[in-house]
Design a protein around this ligand. Structure first.
Ligand SMILES: [Zn+2]
Length: 168
């Protein structure tokens, strides 16, 4: 068994001084967490689509398998700006399986004061579990007004891998 810790955070998109205000789809980045679109919520800045949950999961898998970190496999690049992070996570799962590991499970904690993730938790878990082909649980944690919970979204993930004889 191998265990890995993943972490990621992205700030909210504050283009034009907007902060924590509603933006429509055509007027800003969409907020996407665990492959689920949070309609009407401020999106996150970052390369790819800014899905911190998918990124933290991928980071935990790479850490557990000793394959490095997410930045090594997906360097910052304009071409990746709107990349679907669920596809990035799938690519990481393929690399991990090729290295001879099967994913046992991943547990994530999403740190944010807004929006609430509880309404979309089931869909996030479903998306992520299908993607890594193992159970993925997602929990939410508020920071009770501390800046870290207001300026962006942070996610921690812990992955457990099983080393096998087979390279998939
Ligand atoms: Zn990220």
């Amino acid at each position: 068994m191998k265990i890995g810790l993943g972490f990621d955070c992205h700030p909210f998109d504050e283009t034009d001084g907007r902060k924590l205000i509603l933006v429509d789809e055509t007027d800003g980045r969409k907020l996407i967490l665990g492959g689920v679109i949070f309609e009407g919520e401020t999106g996150l800045v970052g390369h790819s689509d800014g899905d911190v949950v998918a990124h933290a999961c991928a980071d935990s898998l790479l850490g557990a398998s000793g394959l490095g970190d997410l930045g090594q496999h997906f360097p910052d690049d304009k071409k990746l700006e709107s990349q679907d992070s669920i596809q990035m996570l799938k690519e990481v799962v393929r690399k991990v399986r090729r290295a001879g590991f099967l994913v046992e499970n991943i547990d994530c904690v999403v740190v944010t004061d807004h929006p609430k993730i509880s309404d979309k938790r089931d869909q996030m878990q479903k998306n992520l579990s299908a993607c890594v082909r193992a159970p993925v649980s997602v929990g939410g944690k508020r920071t009770e007004g501390m800046n870290v919970g207001k300026e962006g979204i942070t996610c921690f993930a812990v992955a457990l891998l099983n080393e096998t004889e087979n390279k998939y």
